[in-house]
Write a protein that binds this ligand. Structure first.
Ligand SMILES: [Zn+2]
Length: 196
C-alpha cells in the first residue's frame, strides 16, 4: 500500500521518454496555458474535456483517513496513473516547454503571465523576441503593400490613370516613399495580391 506519491521531475522525464501517450497528454496540458497571442500563464493550465473524460475512471484513488488527515494512493503505474501523479504535484505548473528552443525545464513560474511565452534561458527569450519583432515588422509591411497595391490597381481600374502593365511599378514607387523596398514587394507579390 502506497501513500500519496507525487511525481518528481526526473520521473516525469522518464515517463515522457517511455510513453508517447504520456508525452502527448503532458504537452497538451502545458500548452493549455498558452494563448493564441503567445501569452503564457502556467497557472491557467487545465485539462481538456476529452482528457478529463479519459482520466476520470483512473482517478478514483483509495482515500484513507489517518490521524493527520486524508491520505490517498493509486493502485498501479499505468500511464493514466502516472499522469494523475503529475497532476497531483507542483510540476503541473513548474514544468515548461521553452517556446524558443523546445527544451523541457523545471522552474517556479512568475505569478503573472509571460507575454511572449516562457523560455528556458535569457538567451532564448531574447532570440524569440527578436524573431517575434521581425515577424511583426513583416506583417506590418505586408499590410502596407496590400493597401498600396489596391490603390495602384484602382488607378488603373477605376481612375484609368495608368495602364494595367504599370500597376506593379506604380505600387513599388509609392511603397519606396513609405519605406518598403521594391524587393520586399517583388518577393512577397503572391501574398500581397492574394490578401488584397
Ligand atoms: Zn530555450
Amino acid at each position: 500500500m502506497k501513500s500519496r506519491n507525487t511525481l518528481t521531475f526526473r520521473e516525469l522525464l522518464k515517463a515522457r521518454g517511455s510513453s508517447q501517450q504520456f508525452k502527448k497528454w503532458l504537452t497538451e496540458y502545458i500548452d493549455s496555458g498558452l494563448g493564441p497571442d503567445g501569452k503564457e500563464d502556467p497557472h491557467a493550465r487545465h485539462l481538456s474535456e476529452k482528457l478529463l473524460k479519459t482520466l476520470r475512471p483512473a482517478a478514483r484513488p483509495f482515500v484513507m483517513l489517518t490521524r493527520t488527515g486524508f491520505e490517498w494512493f493509486f493502485r498501479g503505474s499505468s500511464v493514466e496513473e502516472t499522469f494523475l501523479r503529475f497532476l497531483d504535484s507542483d510540476l503541473r505548473y513548474t514544468v515548461h516547454i521553452c517556446r524558443y528552443c523546445g527544451k523541457w525545464f523545471h522552474k517556479e513560474p512568475m505569478a503573472k503571465p509571460y507575454s511572449n511565452g516562457i523560455h528556458c534561458s535569457q538567451r532564448c527569450k531574447s532570440s524569440h523576441s527578436v524573431e517575434e519583432g521581425k515577424r511583426r515588422v513583416r506583417v506590418k509591411k505586408l499590410e502596407i503593400c496590400q493597401e498600396v497595391y489596391l490603390w495602384a490597381w484602382n488607378q488603373w481600374r477605376e481612375e484609368k490613370k495608368i495602364k494595367y502593365s504599370e500597376i506593379d511599378d506604380v505600387a513599388k514607387n509609392a511603397l519606396a516613399r513609405k519605406g518598403v523596398s521594391k524587393k520586399f514587394y517583388t518577393d512577397h507579390l503572391e501574398e500581397i495580391t492574394d490578401g488584397a
